[in-house]
Design a binder for this molecule. Structure first.
Ligand code: SF4
Length: 382
């Protein structure tokens, strides 16, 4: 019996009440299925196609029209992403072009669908942190100004994501392990405002446990359930506010100037990150019961630091070339920078630290696939 035929038994059937009278061995589906109408599914797929097309356009522009590609990536896409991760990380998880690339082998039946062991997931998660803290400072010395080099690195990352998707099942290896954005998604997205349908997982094979999409309140140190995973999460959470602050306090170098100033490019964010990590560890040691609050505070501190520096320039203040769409700074009053920064402080403190209420997952959980080892001829019934 095909998976699709069996799945049709259980769509819309409440948890624990699925029918399996014709099952002899193999796969059954439990749990309430996430039902998307054809219309909704079409819209999501359209958005996924559009974001992939936009990603390919930016990638091509980085080679052919580097100034345009660099502007679209660094001044349009990236400044919007952190706020989206706070409000609706599931939207990003559904439409991220690299995620879609990595999951394409699964969707087209080309993946070997191997399971990733928890130990290897922990190692890949460490790889995600290393990628993040190596590549982000390199922006200041190379990647903010050199489109072809950036496109080459992105191309290599895309090939890696596809290869991992061809070997391992669903989101286990890339989206929920090695992707360098994944730790940041966990840091900023632990208290989303909304959950959305999971459009990449029509059925859940429990590719990772706990599921990053469906488990409310996951943080960088609780998402990957190994000692290494917890350590990676603690380091990321503690160092990120200082790392972001340090990054903004490094000038942008071009050409060989970047190579000559690697000690500054890496030294400043790493030193500032080490200081906030030390503070985080001390706070956890002194008040272990307040750990969850400290995680929220450090996550908020990181994103507030990011927009403290970045939001004024989104409007062209201080750097007309960094404006999101157009430079509107000539029409803004002189106190705009202060007002924008206070807004950032208030909004993200409320969203990430003060706000109480129901914990939401990034996405709505789909039906779960379970494999039964029932000998042929002993089919059960319910
Ligand atoms: S819903 Fe299931 S298959 Fe999809 S990411 Fe979560 S655990 Fe993996």
């Amino acid at each position: 019996m095909s998976e699709k035929q069996e799945y049709s038994f259980n769509v819309g059937v409440p948890q624990g009440q699925f029918l399996s009278h014709s099952v002899t061995a193999g796969t059954v589906y439990t749990g309430r299925a996430q039902i998307l109408s054809t219309h909704e599914r079409t819209i999501w797929h359209l958005v996924q196609v559009l974001t992939c097309a936009a990603g390919m356009f930016i990638w091509g522009a980085l080679f052919l029209r580097p100034a345009l590609g660099l502007h679209l990536l660094w001044n349009v896409l990236i400044p919007v992403a952190p706020a989206l991760l706070v409000i609706a990380p599931g939207v990003w998880r559904n439409v991220c072009p690299l995620g879609s690339l990595s999951l394409a082998p699964h969707h087209f039946g080309l993946s070997l669908r191997r399971r990733l062991s928890p130990a290897w997931r922990g190692r890949l998660y460490l790889g995600a942190l290393v990628l993040l803290i190596v590549v982000v400072p390199l922006r200041k010395g190379l990647l903010d100004t050199n489109g072809p080099v950036l496109a080459t690195i992105l191309g290599a990352v895309g090939v890696l994501a596809i290869w991992l998707g061809m070997v391992f099942t669903q989101k286990s290896s890339w989206c929920s392990s090695l992707c360098p954005v994944y730790p940041v998604e966990l840091l900023y997205g632990s208290r989303p405002l909304m959950s959305v349908p999971n459009t990449h997982c029509p059925q859940c094979s429990q590719c990772v446990t706990p599921c990053s999409e469906s488990t409310p309140g996951l943080t960088p140190s609780t998402a990957v359930n190994t000692e290494l995973g917890r350590a990676v999460g603690i380091v990321l959470t503690g160092c990120f506010p200082g790392f972001v602050w340090g990054w903004y306090n490094v000038p942008t170098y071009s050409g060989w100037e970047g190579v000559r100033h690697l000690h500054i490019i890496y030294g400043v964010p790493y030193s500032a990150g080490a200081l906030t990590l030390a503070l985080f560890l001390v706070l956890r040691r002194i008040r272990p019961k307040e750990d969850e609050l400290f995680v929220r505070m450090f996550a908020a501190a990181a994103i507030i630091t990011y927009y403290w520096f970045r939001l004024p320039s989104i409007f062209g203040i201080g750097d007309a070339s960094a404006a999101l769409i157009v430079d509107v700074s000539p029409w803004l009053p002189s106190w705009s920078t202060t007002a924008l920064r206070i807004s950032v402080l208030v909004v993200f403190t409320w969203l990430m630290v003060i706000r109480e209420g129901k914990q939401r997952a990034w996405e709505i959980h789909p039906a779960t696939v379970q494999t039964l080892n029932i000998p042929a001829g002993e089919g059960g019934s319910a």
